[in-house]
Design a protein around this ligand. Sequence first.
Ligand SMILES: C[S@@+](CC[C@H](N)C(=O)[O-])C[C@H]1O[C@@H](n2cnc3c(N)ncnc32)[C@H](O)[C@@H]1O
Length: 256
Amino acid sequence: MPNYILDQSFPSERDRLDAMARNWDPGTLHIVGELGIGKGHRCLEAGAGTGSIARALAGIVGPGGQVLAVDRDTRFLDDLPAPAEALSADLMTDDLPPASFDLVHARLLVAHLHPHPVALERLAAAVAPGGWLLVEEVDWTYADRSEPDEPVHTAMVAALTGVMTGFDTTYGHHLLGDMLDLGFTQVSAQFRGTQSRHERSWLPWQLLVEQFQDQIVHKGLMSAGDVDRWWAVTRAQAHLVAGPALFAVRARRPTS
Ligand SMILES: C[S@@+](CC[C@H](N)C(=O)[O-])C[C@H]1O[C@@H](n2cnc3c(N)ncnc32)[C@H](O)[C@@H]1O
C-alpha cells in the first residue's frame, strides 16, 4: 500500500496545505498552549507540510528552545525562523532522536502511514519522559453531507475516497483507540470542524478535486458531466457543507 498519495509537486498542493493550515492552526495552537508548551521547550513537528505550526512553535519556544520540522519533502520548509530547522526524513524508515522532545505533534499524517499503530509508536519513541504526543487526524464520516442535500457532493466524497488509496478517510475516530495502546498517561480526545456555505468550507474540497478529478473520471467513479455539476454547486455557494472533522488526541509519556 502506498504511504503518501498527495503530490507536493501538484501546482495547487501548496494552496491546499495553506487552506488546511488556516482552518486548523488556531485550534492546534490552542491545544499546544493547554499542554504548557513554552519558552525553552523542544518540539518535533512531524510531517510539517508548509511549516505553519513549526513557525508558530519557533515563536512559542523562543531562542532557547528547539523546533525540528521533519518531512520527507522539505520544499516548503526552506525559510523557517530560528530556532526551527527542517529535516528531510521518512518517518517510517528513518529513526528520530529517542526520548528527546517535550512535544511531538503530527497533523494529517498518520492516516497516510501504515500500519497506523507502528507510525504512532515511532512518533511516541521521540517523546521525552513527561512530554506530550499530540496527533490530529481527520474523519470524513459526515463530510459528504450538505444542506440542502446535494447527491453530487455525496458522490464526489465517495469518489475521492475511491481514488485516494492509502489514505484512511475515517482514521480520526480510530485514533484514540490506537493512542490508548501506547502506554502513555493523561490520554484524551476532542474533535472540531466547520460548516458553512463559504469558501472556508468548500476550498479544501475544491483543491482536492482539482488534483484527483482526472483519475475519478478515468476510473469511472463519476462522469465528467457530474464532476462539472459538482463544480457548479461549489461555486454557487448555496449549500451548507461540512468540512471534515479533525480529531485531536493528546497523551503524555510517563516520567519514569
Ligand atoms: C497532508 S500534509 C499535512 C501537513 C501539515 N502537517 C498540516 O497539517 O498542514 C502531510 C505531510 O506529511 C508528509 N509526509 C507524508 N508521509 C511522510 C513520511 N513517511 N515521512 C515524512 N513525512 C511524510 C508529506 O510530505 C506532507 O508534507
